[in-house]
Ligand binder design. Sequence first.
Ligand SMILES: *Cc1c(COP(=O)(O)O)cnc(C)c1O
Ligand SMILES: [Zn+2]
Length: 405
Amino acid sequence: MDKRFSYVDHLYCPKCSKKYDAMKVNNLCTCGSPLLAMYDVEGLKENADKQEISRRDGNMWRYSEFLPVADPQNIVTLGEGYTPLLEMDSLGEKLHLNNLMIKNEGLNPTGTFKARGAAAGVSKAKELGISNIAIPTNGNAGAAWATYSAKAGLGAYVVMPNNAPMITRSECTAAGAHLYLVDGRINDAGVIVGKLCEKYGLFEVSTLKEPYRLEGKKTMGYEIMEQLDWKPPDVILYPTGGGLGLIGIHKAMKELKEVGWIDDANTRLVSVQAEGCAPIVDAWKNKRRESDLWEDSYTVAFGMNVPKSLGDFLVLDALYETGGYALSVSDEEILEAQAMVGHNEGLFVSPEGASTIAGIRKLVDNGWIDKNERVVALNTGAGIKYPKSVTVDAPMLKPEEEITL
Ligand SMILES: *Cc1c(COP(=O)(O)O)cnc(C)c1O
Ligand SMILES: [Zn+2]
């Protein structure tokens, strides 16, 4: 069989099992469910080779066989992915863990893991001949899609809450996107984008309303496994808003099992949310398959402020199937954890990333994580995108003044 660049086969509805053509433009299934990209497993088994992949360039396109873009010419890249999996020895010691690692997604273009989803989504949009995209966002996704759209020559229409991190407005503007602010939350932005797309025929790329953002995000799972020499860790913690990264990592683990690159992984997936917006935690505690809309949500970890996710049932499936856990942490605990990582490891993590460390603290305390387990926390974004999350205390000096310690 000839080697192909991508082994994408079709799109599949996890609710009603309907199939769609991956070379045609698709959003949701007719039943309203998100669609998932499916691959030719036999072709992958025959032609994809993990040794060969490990010699490729250090970005997420090294897994091209497992990604949806059929023609390499359509790839729009700024070097996203293959971020370091850092050992956190002194932080681990503080948390009574012998094997704590942080995957530092802050090193991606645009400073967050949203670059992965945007790179995959924009590349596929280009392949499908789309010329304009529209997106509701809490900031980081809009910044990433604006950036990759500029690189691809697509028009980008971004709608975000007016209290989203300021820097993300600048990023959208720098990339020449059409930016709108809304006095509301991401769900409100979503309604506005839905109407805009209907009226003008723009392509809607809200979380899971197009199938390929997820494919970019799943590469975090591929990388974690490759970086650990294809020996899955015991626990992975993910700061959850819409939950796409967690769904993606779960999908990656299933695909890698199917092609036989990892053994029957026992990795437990953990969803960490903020106390001020914890619909998934609520649903998980009540053993439900879907979540309810969280009213009046608020958290300093802005990327996790998603009152109701279209993919909630997929997040919950991932937690149930892996014997995982869902828990919430307060904003105070998040900021404390952020300082703890910075002081002990020199890593300035985003509030979202810090929430996973706050989560670990609780799960070690209640005995759910054992001290010898291999634990991976995702720092989904760079702390430098959130300068206001740190309170600076620096005395002001006159030029002739001396410092007394
Ligand atoms: C968007 C975002 C999240 C949450 O991602 P979901 O896929 O929506 O769960 C977490 N951290 C950061 C920094 C984000 O920008
Ligand atoms: Zn369906």
